[in-house]
Design a protein around this ligand. Structure first.
Ligand code: SAM
Length: 239
């Protein structure tokens, strides 16, 4: 489908190269320059990363497993994956995010960690929207990216991600539940200065349907909630 000029994707790219980059770098980082809400989101997101690592390692070692981290942000997931021996291809639509992820990876993977086993392989970083990715990976993961797109766009994104995955696809998204819907509506009535992009919620049934359409089924589900962070996590496999 043709991209509408000034559509969601361009707005998202611009946001994550500028104000969104500053905001999310802080949230995903470790400094204490975060407010109470941001700290809560940091906690929720780190639980999602932990949950994903658990889902993956439950199925066996990650040594030598190829993983595509689509929309990698500052590398919160790519780095622990590399530490477990995965061969990671990390990409993001935002050049600022990719540069930060690469810097973080160098700091955390290459400096004085000679006691690590297995030795981490540096992830391969690339500036790319996920729709343009190609290749085949054992596992494809896309965390907290779908929130930036309506379900009409998400369907195509899910189909494309599934086409890159040989064994499993892990997605997280903000679930469209009554409570969160309400919270979001309240948020829209009182928009804070840092709320720069629209947030789209996705019904689990819609995500499941998008997966089924391309021959995939959900094998595991997780739900991560804190006060201000909500994520439904699904692991899908070929049906
Ligand atoms: N997945 C990372 C994590 O969980 O730590 C980052 C999540 S952050 C909320 C969303 C990221 O998705 C941003 O870094 C943004 O630049 C990226 N993004 C948004 N739309 C994208 C697209 N169409 N293709 C690739 N990346 C995208």
């Amino acid at each position: 489908a043709e991209e509408v000029r000034g559509g969601d994707k361009e707005v998202v790219r611009e946001y994550f190269n500028n104000t969104g980059f500053q905001r999310w770098k802080k949230i995903y980082g470790e400094t204490d320059e975060v407010n109470r809400v941001q700290l809560d989101i940091r906690l929720g997101h780190s639980k999602t990363v932990e949950n994903v690592m658990q889902m993956l390692t439950d199925e066996g070692s990650l040594e030598g497993v190829t993983v595509c981290d689509a929309g990698c942000g500052t590398g919160c997931l790519s780095i622990p994956l590399a530490k477990q021996g995965a061969i990671v291809s990390a990409s993001d639509i935002s050049a600022a995010m990719v540069a930060e992820a690469e810097k973080q990876a160098r700091e955390q993977l290459l400096t004085g960690k000679d006691d690590q086993s297995p030795a981490p392989v540096m992830p391969k970083f690339e500036v790319s929207d996920l729709e343009s990715l190609d290749g085949k990976y054992n596992t494809v993961i896309c965390l907290d990216v779908l929130i930036h797109y309506p379900q009409s766009k998400a369907d195509g994104m899910i189909a494309h991600l599934a086409s890159l995955a040989e064994e499993r696809l892990i997605l997280s998204f903000a679930p469209k539940t009554f409570y969160y819907d309400l919270l979001k509506r309240v948020g829209e009535l009182f928009p804070g200065p840092s709320k720069a992009t629209r947030a789209y919620l996705h019904a689990e049934a819609d995500v499941e349907r998008a997966l089924q359409k391309v021959g995939w089924k959900i094998r595991k589900r997780g739900l991560i909630t804190t006060q201000f962070y909500f994520a439904r996590l699904v692991e899908a496999v070929p049906a």
